[in-house]
Ligand binder design. Structure first.
Ligand code: PLP
Length: 387
């Protein structure tokens, strides 16, 4: 049997052993409803409190600033729509970027349909916004700015601290939201220090189960709920809490904290070695977005002009290597990726793109064979294409 090498971690990650054990206990033994007043309920409430405390501590937030949601998509929807609705009497203009995830872009498209005015900031070839363009886009009626931290397709990183502090100093009433789904657990995040009001993150990108996420809501920032019910999560997100997911998220964060404390956080090192090896074996490869040393530590977007990324992805699969053609959410659509369009990638480059994304479970040793497998797979695709 071919050994599997999973390199699609920006799409989702494998649940780690510690996380799975905690989730299993929650499903089978510690299964009470945190709102129930009996022992099992109180036990669940305690587990939830502990997980909230771990997650809050990880981003230097207070426990009550963490709202558990069903994932990144819901957090983005709740943050953007909740803030827009809470601020609509002060204005109807929002600012975001052209390269956001579909859960942000489609939420803004919905707001536009409701009469809101939305500015989409451009990015340069590295996938970076221009702060001057942001400053010039702000109007008297701007109420919300939403800028993602790490782009899921190309790994570009926006300077959240610089943006947040500029906004807080000059426009304290504008709400600043960030989609940090790809950076949470991988890059340092200090929403309190960086002038961030709302921050979205997701569990399944960091070895927790699917269907759990958080929205950080800074103390004193009020957003309107999008669903109503029993008033859980301070009334911002009603509904019986997903305790197995919440416990899983807490365990995943604790596990990542341990990795970081032991300085075993070698994502950047693995990425650097991998890119070096790939360029040696595949000199015709083109990197999309930031220079390898500048972007997120876990994402490499590369193109082999003249061959189809999707075909290459399937051939790599026959070698046991799992990558993606772009972001998992948009890879089923046939249109050119909106992110590659925004950075000015031409058609041949865009079509020939694959995304390799790493996790804390990958090792240098495991990936040493990737450059030669990639070379063989590309040659195979070229042979088929020439026939
Ligand atoms: C940047 C970004 N935002 C949001 C999401 C959506 O998160 P979820 O899958 O938890 O809904 C993703 C998932 O790919 C993402 O990469």
């Amino acid at each position: 049997m071919i050994e599997k090498i999973y390199l699609d971690n920006a799409a989702t990650t494998q649940v780690s052993r510690q996380v799975a054990d905690g989730v299993f206990r929650c499903l089978t033994e510690e299964f009470g409803n945190p709102s129930s007043l009996h022992h099992l309920g109180l036990q669940s409430e305690r587990l939830m409190k502990d997980a909230r405390n771990i997650v809050a501590g990880f981003i230097r937030a207070e426990d009550k600033e963490i709202i558990f949601t069903s994932g990144g998509t819901e957090s983005n929807n709740l943050g953007i729509l909740g803030a827009a609705s809470a601020r609509k009497r002060f204005g109807n203009h929002c600012i975001t970027t052209q390269i956001e995830h579909s859960s942000v872009l489609n939420t803004f498209a919905y707001l536009q349909g409701e009469g809101w005015d939305v500015t989409y900031l451009s990015v340069d070839k590295n996938g970076s916004i221009d702060i001057e363009e942001l400053k010039n886009a702000i109007k008297d009626n701007t109420v919300l700015v939403s800028i993602g931290h790490v782009n899921s397709e190309i790994g570009s990183i926006q300077p959240l601290g610089e943006i947040g502090l500029y906004l807080k100093r000059n426009y304290p009433d504008i709400i600043f939201h960030t989609d940090s789904v790809q950076s949470f657990g991988r890059l340092d995040l200090k929403p309190g220090e960086w002038g961030i009001d709302l921050l979205s993150a997701s569990g399944h990108k960091i070895h927790a189960p699917k269907g759990i996420g958080i929205l950080y809501v800074k103390n004193g920032i009020s957003i309107n709920p999008r669903q109503w019910g029993g008033g859980q999560e301070w009334g911002i997100r009603s509904g019986t809490e997903n305790l197995p997911g919440i416990v899983g998220l807490g365990k995943a964060v604790s596990w990542i904290k341990e990795i970081k404390a032991k300085e075993e956080d070698t994502l950047s090192e693995i990425k650097a070695a991998l890119v070096k090896g790939i360029f040696k074996a595949v000199p015709e490869a083109v990197i999309n977005g930031p220079e390898p040393g500048m972007g997120a530590p876990h994402i490499v977007s590369l193109s082999i002009p003249g061959i189809k990324g999707e075909t290459l992805m399937h051939v790599l699969e026959t070698h046991g290597v799992y990558v993606s053609t772009g972001s998992a959410c948009s890879s089923r659509k046939s249109d050119k990726s909106h992110v590659l369009s925004a950075i000015g990638a031409d058609k041949l480059v865009a079509e020939g793109t694959i995304r390799i994304s790493l996790s804390y479970l990958n090792t240098l040793e495991e990936l040493s064979c990737i450059p030669s497998i990639l070379r063989a797979a590309i040659d195979q695709v070229k042979k088929y294409t020439r026939r």
